[in-house]
Design a protein around this ligand. Structure first.
Ligand code: RIB
Length: 302
């Protein structure tokens, strides 16, 4: 099967994760049950998910010169992700403080650190390496100006761009006309368009919308087609990074030239598996695990 390269330009963090019965209320102190330190960051999570789903994947980003930078880089290495990583002398590595409750819901605060300095070196690397037919994954955890440059370079080179507008901010709408797929969840759609109708995004120049509706499933929309893929019913223990797993796996599937419906089912299955495990990148499944899951649900990928 001919395979294309997947590039991910974006954030890389270290996640400090606390599992507890419930989120602390304002002014309340609660006992947690478990504490984990994991590599995170929406960009790096998507790169790991793509690689685990057998995509030929390169991550492009920036860490600080601190112990968290080493933890994050070691994680990319351990998953076999190719990477171009700047080690910034003057900045700390991005950090995420994550609370997970007993239903698997999360609340995340990020300190962007080095992610906020992703710039010329990373963009130059992308420009030198991305080729026609390759895939670029973008998210909202680096500066909008850099996202715009990256998307325009990819389009000039005739590569495919998938954009996850998370964490959402209004100015991310400026990226939408330059991407092939935009993948908001319900909150992101509302903030971008002030509407709950994913078709609204077509008015902002979106070519293809993949509307992520969590445990309900995903809705694919463009000017001529509408396709709903139902989510698989699983016992969720940690939904952190489920959207990242979806996007990384979707990119990996597209890199193998599969049709859109199969790619959506592959990514939906991957996200379903990930929420049954703790952590973000670490919870994303391998290609074999996704295929097995699909077969158990009477679906075929190839
Ligand atoms: O999407 C989940 C990710 O968001 C976490 O890994 C955290 O680092 C934040 O970037």
């Amino acid at each position: 099967m001919e395979s294309k390269k997947v590039f991910v330009l974006g954030s890389i963090n270290v996640d400090l994760v606390v599992y507890a019965e419930h989120f602390p209320e304002k002014g309340e102190t609660v006992f947690g049950k478990e504490f984990l330190i994991n590599q995170g960051g929406k960009g790096a999570n998507q790169a790991v998910a793509s690689k685990k789903a057998s995509g030929d994947t390169t991550f492009i980003g920036r860490v600080g010169k601190d112990i968290f930078g080493k933890i994050a880089e070691d994680s990319l290495k351990s998953f076999g992700v190719d990477y171009f990583l700047i080690h910034d002398e003057d900045t700390q590595t991005g950090v995420a403080l994550i609370n997970v409750d007993k239903e698997g819901n999360n609340r995340i605060t990020i300190i962007e650190g080095a992610n906020g300095k992703v710039g010329k070196e990373e963009i130059d690397y992308l420009e030198e390496n991305i080729k026609s037919g390759d895939i670029l994954l973008l998210q909202g955890e680096i500066e909008t100006t850099e996202l715009l440059k990256a998307a325009k370079i990819a389009k000039d080179k005739d590569a495919l761009v998938i954009f996850d507008p998370a964490p959402v901010r209004k100015d991310l709408v400026s990226i939408i006309p330059y991407v092939d797929y935009v993948t908001p969840n319900e909150i992101e759609l509302q903030k971008l368009t002030l509407s709950s109708d994913p078709k609204e995004l077509l008015k902002f120049g979106a070519k293809n919308v993949i509307f992520k509706m969590g445990e309900k499933g995903v809705l694919f929309i463009n000017e001529s087609k509408e396709l709903f893929v139902k989510a698989y019913s699983v016992n969720a223990i940690d939904t952190t990074g489920a959207g990242d797993t979806f996007n990384g796996s979707f990119a990996s599937a597209l890199s193998k030239n599969v049709e859109i419906e199969k790619a959506l089912k592959f990514a939906t299955a991957s996200a379903a598996i990930s929420v049954t495990r703790k952590g973000a990148a670490i919870s994303s499944p391998t290609y074999e695990e996704i295929i097995k899951f699909l077969e158990e649900h009477h679906e075929k990928f190839i």
